[in-house]
Write a protein that binds this ligand. Structure first.
Ligand code: M6R
Length: 619
């Protein structure tokens, strides 16, 4: 939720921290702050509001040293005010901290400090007090910030990545990780840490992800990683496979629009090189990036759970259709935050597929880890290489979509859809329901999807005109059936999260069981109505809402629009997909563009919608 960055060993550390915060702002943007450490003073500048407020404050009050840490916040404890913004400093001014996560036992820890004066309402500040107290307890000539942080962290409950600086250790940054991401790096005599590689990509592509329970001392001469006992350990090292340009807007007014337009390339990258010839002979077979599960084990799976949140959950709904269709295994799609709090029947014959763009969503990680505790194999469908979910799963299918910065997920979604199709084909192949040649044939047909998505993008002017017509409606309902239903959910989520219009989605067949009561003059119904098995039913549902005063915008395909034009107010014609299960990849694109145009017409901040953050690392 929050973004953290630390730099030590560069005279322009402050500039590097501000540049890094710019790339992390998507993680939280209600306040931002920075602290520098020159060994004499910890100097803090922090402001409520977007990062720009901090930048202005730094212009008026410049900071310069070679060591500092910065933070961009998504508030949990305490309103987004200057005083609750991070960093937080202990009362003596010797230790400062920035934090991503929640310290659940902070009240008990605060109580232990008696009448200590707290400057904020946050759960975080107490950790600075406690580390300062630990340093005081150490011999004056042998103060060790890492040891002090380890002692304090041993007492914390919750999820956190924490980053400390102290006057006692002027060139050092000490970090701790538990259930919130933290990357460390060292390049050219400079030490770095950050919540996400995006903040470091300008400096290095060689990074290491800390694992839970690991700590690091970051200094200009290197990074030392230790475990809870202080024993040296190896973090997870990897090389980032994209560059700085991918994390910039490249001339687009918003990241969201850029990412929408990147979809043809991203989908092509997801599909690339998915066939391999087995070493023991036979024809080409589909494969995943990293599969640490025996294929025979997958052959004995009798049930699949798909766990995800938000947009990724909607991709999972298409995954259900694909797996049931090609592999013939029953699939439940679960809101990840609910999964482990009920009593799901999970055993070694259950396959769990966890879908996440970031690979850091705490609910999805927790659900997957619950499943692993029950000895169920877990496959992660993830975008961010080296993320927690990717590391912890038994198998990984990367979507290779490149960095997604806008809070509203677009290219991550369409590549997840492709990933779901690949998983369906893969499981069909493993279980002998599909011959490898059939999977190969379907895969060959899917290669036309990027071109078809490009054709949909070319409808942009028509979609912008529809947004102009409908951007002031009172209420929008999205309806669909079969492959159209997940896209109805996704269309409603996109519209509400960036335009703040009231938008909901329903299975079209459910309308007359209640939701149709909401329809009145002034409502807009967006109907997903491709040619195919449920088209006739969709036409009936469109007539029902139109008869009750709604304007209908129908998303059809070449085979359905002639008839749709007789029933809907507006019709968008999409190319026919190469397979009905690939239809969602095309039909979501006009809804992404529609939401984008509606939000910009309404003057909303498309890339940083209110109350949201890109990566949700708190429960
Ligand atoms: O990184 P994840 O895919 O796990 O994130 C899940 C959701 O938080 C995310 O899809 C969210 O719903 C997006 N803002 C939707 O655009």
């Amino acid at each position: 939720m929050c973004g953290i960055i630390g730099i030590t060993g560069r005279p322009d550390a402050v500039d590097g921290i501000v540049a890094g915060l710019t790339r992390l702002e998507y993680r939280g943007y209600d306040s931002a702050g920075i602290v520098t450490n020159d060994g004499r003073d910890l100097r803090v500048v922090k402001r409520a509001g977007k990062l720009q407020q901090l930048v202005k404050a730094l212009e008026a009050q410049p900071l310069a040293t070679s060591t500092g840490i910065g933070h961009t916040r998504w508030a949990t404890h305490g309103e987004p005010t200057d005083r609750n913004a991070h960093p937080h400093v202990d009362p003596s001014g010797r230790v400062a901290v920035v934090h991503n996560g929640i310290i659940e036992n902070y009240q008990a820890l605060k109580a232990e400090l008696g009448d200590a004066r707290f400057a904020s309402e946050t759960d975080t500040e107490v950790t600075a007090h406690l580390v300062a107290r630990e340093l005081d307890r150490q011999p004056e000539d042998a103060r060790d910030l890492l040891a002090a942080v380890r002692a304090v962290v041993a007492r914390l409950q919750g999820a956190y990545s924490l980053c400390f600086v102290a006057l006692d250790a002027p060139d050092e940054i000490v970090v701790a990780k538990h259930e919130a991401p933290l990357i460390v790096a060292h390049a050219d005599g400079v030490g770095y840490c950050a919540s996400d590689v995006a903040a470091l990509i300008a400096h290095t592509r060689e990074v290491a992800a800390l694992l839970d329970g690991q700590f690091a001392r970051i200094a200009p001469d290197g990074v030392e990683v230790v475990d809870v006992h202080g024993e040296p350990v190896e973090p997870h090292r990897y090389e980032v496979d994209w560059d700085l340009a991918a994390a910039e807007k490249q001339g687009f007014p918003h990241f969201m629009l850029k990412e929408i337009h990147e979809q043809p390339q991203a989908i092509a990258d997801t599909l690339r090189d998915r066939l391999t010839v087995p070493p023991n002979g036979g024809g080409p077979r589909l494969y995943l990036d990293e599969l640490r599960i025996d294929e025979h084990e997958l052959g004995s799976i009798d049930k699949v759970f798909i766990l995800a949140c938000g947009t990724s959950l909607h991709a999972g709904m298409v995954g259900k259709l694909a797996i049931e269709h090609w592999a013939g295994i029953p699939v439940d799609v679960e809101v990840a935050s609910e999964f482990r709090y009920r009593d799901p029947i999970v055993d070694p014959h259950t396959l769990v597929i966890a879908i996440s763009q970031s690979g850091e969503t705490i609910d999805t990680i927790a659900g997957a880890s619950y499943a692993r505790d029950q000895r169920a194999p877990v496959i992660a469908l993830v975008n961010v290489v080296g993320s927690t979910l990717a590391r912890e799963a038994d198998g990984v299918l990367y979507t290779h979509a490149g960095p997604e910065v806008a809070v509203a997920s677009t290219k991550a979604f369409t590549t997840q859809l492709i990933g779901c199709l690949l998983l369906g084909l893969f499981l069909g192949q493993v279980r002998g329901r599909l011959f490898a040649s059939e999977a190969e044939d379907i895969l060959a047909r899917l290669q036309s999807v990027p071109e078809a998505v490009q054709q949909v993008l070319e409808l942009d002017a028509q979609i912008a005109a529809l947004a102009e017509r409908y951007h002031d409606v009172d209420y929008t309902m999205f309806i669909g059936r079969h492959t159209g239903l997940p896209i109805a959910y996704e269309g409603a989520l996109k519209l509400k999260e960036i335009s703040y219009l009231h938008a909901e989605a329903f299975p079209a067949g459910e309308m007359k069981h209640g939701p149709i009561a909401l329809i009145e003059q002034g409502s807009l119904v967006v109907a997903l109505a491709p040619a195919g098995r449920v088209f006739g039913k969709m036409v009936s549902n469109i007539q029902e809402v139109r008869a009750r005063g709604a304007a209908v915008l129908a998303i059809g395909t070449e085979g359905s629009t002639a008839e749709l034009k007789a029933h809907a107010d507006d019709v968008l014609t999409l190319p026919e997909p190469p397979h009905e299960l690939a239809g969602p990849v095309l039909s979501v694109v006009p809804l992404q563009l529609f939401s984008y145009h509606v939000a910009t017409l309404r003057g909303e901040d498309v890339d940083q919608p209110r109350n949201l953050a890109k990566t949700v690392t708190v429960e």
